[in-house]
Design a protein. Structure first.
Lengths: 100, 178
């Protein structure tokens, strides 16, 4: 039987990879992909804890996270389409209108 | 056997996550995300959550990733535009991510140290009936709120991505004239 802490370590590793990607990429959609990666890592941790304590609550929270991720992806991608129409780019370095 | 499956798919998940983060072409990065999602779905099955694994493949890999690919092909973006070599941002980001990872790893080792290993898998955890019972009894209000959230998101996405009408364009250009 695999110890739960292995799953948690894997989840932390995936989250760190996603965080590094979200911080270093310049393409808006790549940043989005990294955020999805972090959400996925959080889901893995939730299911692992649900297994550890034999409780279904973790799995239920994963359901809600999935729904929120879907909503976030839909609105975010629509925003990128709108920005692309205006500025012909989704490079986040070029979206500096409100930058201090 | 179980350990071998875990190690194989854990490695696959981490490797494809690396592809997601590192590949220049966002289409390949999206494909890497699909592979990561499939590997974590396998891990969900190992953890006794087959329904969550199914949803992961149907909703995430099936719907959300297709949305990503649609937008990528619509905008026709195949590379980063401003590479900006020599910027210290990336180094700081890597340091920050490493700090986050080591912090979480240390935290969970500290928390789970000496904790008894998990009990054998029970029917109660795996059964879809129990999950649905909880969802529609105890978590009914959050469930309804999430449904409303999805509706709002769909409407918002439609409004945002819509091409502005010619009437509206004329109105705004007339406003700007004086």
């Amino acid at each position: 039987m695999i110890p739960i802490s292995w799953y948690l370590l894997l989840s932390a590793l995936l989250f760190a990879i996603g965080a590094a990607g979200a911080l270093t990429r310049r393409n808006g959609i790549s940043i989005f992909l990294s955020i999805e990666l972090m959400l996925n890592a959080a889901n893995l941790a939730l299911v692992a804890y649900s297994r550890l304590w034999n409780a279904r609550t973790g799995q239920l929270v994963v359901l809600f996270v999935l729904a929120v991720a879907a909503a976030e992806a839909a609105v975010g991608l629509a925003l990128f389409i709108a920005i692309y129409r205006q500025r012909r780019t989704i490079d986040v370095n070029r979206m500096n209108l409100m930058r201090w | 056997m179980e350990t071998a499956v875990f190690l194989l798919f854990a490695f696959l998940a981490v490797a494809s996550a690396g592809v997601v983060v590192a590949h220049k072409n966002p289409v390949y990065a999206t494909m890497g995300l699909v592979l990561t999602l499939f590997s974590t779905a396998v891990l969900f099955v190992l953890l006794g959550a087959p329904f969550i694994a199914t949803l992961q493949i149907l909703v995430y890999a099936g719907a959300i990733v297709v949305l990503f690919l649609f937008v990528l092909m619509l905008l026709n973006i195949t590379r980063e535009e401003t590479p900006q070599p020599g910027q210290p941002v990336q180094r700081w980001a890597a340091i920050l991510a490493a700090a986050v990872f080591s912090g979480m790893a240390g935290m969970l080792l500290w928390r789970s140290y000496g904790q008894a290993s998990q009990q054998p898998l029970t029917e109660q955890l795996v059964s879809l009936k129990g999950l649905a019972g909880d969802l529609f009894a105890e978590y009914l209000l959050p469930f309804e709120i999430v449904g409303l959230l999805l509706l709002v998101a769909v409407i918002a996405a439609t409004v945002l991505a819509r091409r502005p009408d010619t009437d509206e364009l004329n109105a705004t250009s007339q406003e700007r004239k004086p």
